[in-house]
Design a protein around this ligand. Structure first.
Ligand code: NAI
Ligand code: MG
Length: 508
């Protein structure tokens, strides 16, 4: 007996020492475990078969008479038919917002405005489960993320800015903060409810009225928010929510009676907007794309760092403007990190977003899946080495395997362009100066991550990185009190925190 035990121990020690010599200890995650499905119930959410435009406090049929479908990207089933706002509808919504601004909202005492914003926050919390289900069905993100991140963070944003509404004199001492008027807000499909909150909350807190357009693939939580706004008795016209595609957004951008454009989306559309408003009095904030560097130094706690890399690139299928889509690993721990990363990827559960076990859900649309697949093909053509987790993908719906590329060159397009999917480009580095140069060698500048045991290294890098947000020993952390925004082609203006009030006021 003792002989057998000591033999097993000897064999194990031998294997370990071989692995240590190779510097690649394999992590055991018990990936053989099969989880029983734990499906969230669709029936706990009410989705109407048809949605009209929310203008002046009422749902109204579009003057365009047109509708389009929004589908569930995980099943390709139609969820609802949604109004397509044309030019006349945009005019109607802007007029409603203008009237509400002049007649009620700008005159209302700030403390009264705050009450409405608090009410919206509380109502989002009350309907949190329904919001999470609709967000997941309409956009494909895992229910765990909608439930634990998107919805609570959206409610927090309203709570936070409700608090500022009657304290603007403290935000801007010795100045008077005047609202701008009507804000036109155009949001993307990756965090639909959360982006609506980021846009609407500071606008209302500072006394502006709003016309908001959600993205065409994910309009449903914004329309649910419209129902809440109606129920909260917000004065009609203070928030108008109109649905449509790029043309509707362009009509908003070009509308002469909109005072401010707030846009989150692609850099390409951001450039179109910037050209369109040049020479006008419109103010703008543009939150655009990113290609963040996540940097692991050899003194970092590697298991934590790998967890941060996984979160950085596979959270929300990589549809994240601040995704850590470039990984830089210091050469002495390179092999070890890559092995740990591959091991961890094998444990990711990819599939039905409504399953509470799922880590990586559906790609938001057929078009986005095609874009991601184009980049994966390109990465292979450029000579990088691909590794994908071995998971099986569902037959129906739009899915993509978690993917990493090693042997990537700085000039490769997969290292330069925003892919907006679960695809990571990995490179190694030797010195601090080298990695700073590589990390900054990008057209973008939204975010970055640093993993190291040394505070001095963190301070050195954060001061030299051209990125709006730099996370140290963590990644993708959001708080309404903290400003967020970019440099260079990642856009301009800040959202969140005290800084997020600036773009909605003129100081006199
Ligand atoms: P997009 O920028 O076209 O869409 C974002 C929003 O802008 C949507 O509401 C859309 O209807 C609206 N829009 C489109 N054209 C417009 C125009 N000319 N004027 C005003 N509004 C307009 O993004 P898309 O095409 O859905 O995604 C393409 C790529 O953009 C993605 O692969 C990703 O790289 C990037 N993207 C980045 C986002 C971010 O948060 N940084 C969010 C969404 C997309
Ligand atoms: Mg949809």
């Amino acid at each position: 007996m003792i002989f057998w035990i000591s033999l097993i121990i000897t064999i194990k020690i031998e294997r370990m020492s071989k692995a240590i010599k190779k510097n690649t200890i394999q992590l055991k995650f018990d990936s053989a475990r099969v989880y029983e499905p734990a499906l969230e119930s669709k029936s706990a959410a009410k989705i109407k078969p048809v949605y009209d435009l929310f203008i002046n406090g009422k749902f109204e049929k579009p003057l365009s008479k047109k509708y389009f479908n929004t589908i569930n990207p995980a099943s390709e089933e139609i969820l609802s038919s949604v109004a397509m706002a044309g030019k006349a509808d945009v005019n109607k919504a802007v007029l409603a917002a203008r009237n509400a601004y002049e007649r009620t909202w700008k005159k209302m005492p700030a403390a009264e405005r705050a009450k409405y914003i608090y009410r919206i926050a509380r109502m989002i919390q009350e309907k949190a489960r329904e919001f999470a289900i609709i967000e997941t069905l309409d956009g494909g993100k895992p229910i765990r993320e909608s439930r634990d991140f998107d919805v609570p963070t959206a409610a927090n944003h309203f709570f936070y800015y409700a608090g500022w509404a009657d304290k603007l004199e403290y935000a801007f001492p010795n100045r008077k903060a005047m609202p701008l008027g009507v804000a036109g807000q155009i949001i993307p499909w990756n965090f639909p409810l959360l982006m609506a909150a980021w846009k609407i909350a500071p606008a209302l807190a500072t006394g502006n009225t709003v016309v908001l357009k959600p993205a065409e693939t994910t309009p449903l939580t914004a329309l649910k928010l419209a129902e809440i706004i109606q129920e909260a008795d917000l004065p009609p016209g203070v928030v108008n929510i109109i649905t449509g595609a790029g043309a509707t957004g362009a009509d908003m951008v070009n509308h002469p009676d909109i005072n401010k454009i707030a846009f989150t989306g692609s850099t390409a559309v951001g450039k179109i907007i910037q050209r369109a408003i040049a020479g006008t009095n419109k103010k703008a904030t543009l939150e655009l794309g990113g290609k963040a560097a996540n940097i692991i130094f050899d003194d970092a706690p590697l298991d934590q760092a790998v967890e941060g890399v996984i979160n950085g690139i596979f959270f929300n299928q990589g549809h994240v403007c601040c995704a850590g889509s470039r990984l830089y690993v210091q050469e002495s721990v390179y092999e070890q990190v890559i092995q740990k990363l591959k091991d961890r990827m094998e444990t990711l559960i990819v599939g039905n977003p409504m399953d509470k076990n799922t880590d990586v859900g559906a790609i938001n649309s057929r078009e986005q899946l095609a874009t991601i697949q184009r980049y994966i093909k390109l990465g292979n053509q450029e000579g990088a080495e691909m590794y994908q987790s071995a998971c099986a993908l569902p037959k129906k719906g739009f899915f993509c395997k978690p993917t990493i590329f090693t042997n990537v060159a700085q000039s490769n397009r997969i290292a330069q362009e925003e892919i907006f999917g679960p695809v990571l480009a990995i490179q190694s580095f030797r010195t601090d100066d080298e990695v700073i140069e590589k990390a900054n060698n990008t057209a973008f500048g939204l975010s970055a991550g640093i993993w190291t045991d040394k505070g001095s290294k963190i301070f050195n890098l954060t001061s030299k990185m051209r990125a709006g947000v730099v996370w140290a020993n963590t990644y993708n952390k959001f708080d309404p009190t903290s400003p967020f925004g970019g440099y260079k082609e990642s856009g301009y203006g800040r959202e969140g925190g005290l800084h997020g009030l600036f773009p909605y006021v003129k100081l006199v």
